[in-house]
Design a protein around this ligand. Structure first.
Ligand SMILES: Cc1cc2nc3c(=O)[nH]c(=O)nc-3n(C[C@H](O)[C@H](O)[C@H](O)COP(=O)(O)O)c2cc1C
Length: 165
């Protein structure tokens, strides 16, 4: 099987777009756009994120021991592009895109996200090119807006159902 056909298949998975953030022991913030995030368990509340080991977040999160998963709304596409490296901004400079604050764990949380999950790093599993982060969720913030998804190499909006009156 070629890598191309594998990638073509993966591009057909619509993924909710998140920004995973952490703050290193030196106080420096780092973040990257990620779709490889999913729920793990409710009791205890936990999630899984898969991050390339070459990224700043993979390098900082070991010492930091905390990270946050910010689920972006459709209005936050420019933040997704910034943290995916689609602009010249790198490292801590990426946080000039969006309105960020330090959450309960110290990891950066963005205003206007659909949801933000603040995590303690439960386990870090090394696997080939990536690290698998298991996050124990200590705080969840909820926001409003349509969902930002990535499908077939493009960002698009998925409207959220309004609750019945
Ligand atoms: C829609 C989208 C989803 C992405 N998902 C992931 C992901 O789940 N894990 C990952 O390691 N990189 C993912 N990336 C790539 C990183 O966002 C990108 O390589 C980023 O610039 C890494 O930051 P750094 O190398 O400056 O630390 C994704 C990129 C895009 C555009």
């Amino acid at each position: 099987m070629s890598a191309d056909i594998f990638l073509a298949g993966m591009r057909r998975i619509a993924g909710a777009v998140t920004v995973i953030t952490t703050t290193g022991s030196n106080g420096e913030r780092r973040g990257l756009t990620a779709t490889a995030v999913c729920s793990l368990s409710v009791e205890p509340p936990s999630l899984v994120a898969c991050v390339n080991r070459k990224t700043w977040v993979a390098q900082f999160v070991r010492d930091a021991g905390v990270f946050a998963v910010n689920v972006l709304s459709h209005s936050q596409e420019s933040i997704a592009r910034t943290f995916a490296g689609h602009t010249p901004l790198a490292g801590a400079d990426r946080f000039s895109s969006g309105d960020w604050r330090a959450g309960r764990t110290g990891a950066p949380v963005v205003a206007g996200a659909l949801a933000s999950f603040e995590c303690r790093l439960g386990k870090l599993i090394e696997h080939t090119t990536h690290v698998i982060l298991i996050g124990e969720v200590v705080e969840t913030a909820i926001g409003d807006g349509d969902s930002l998804v990535y499908l077939d190499g493009s960002f698009s909006a998925v409207p959220r159902q309004q609750p019945a009156a």
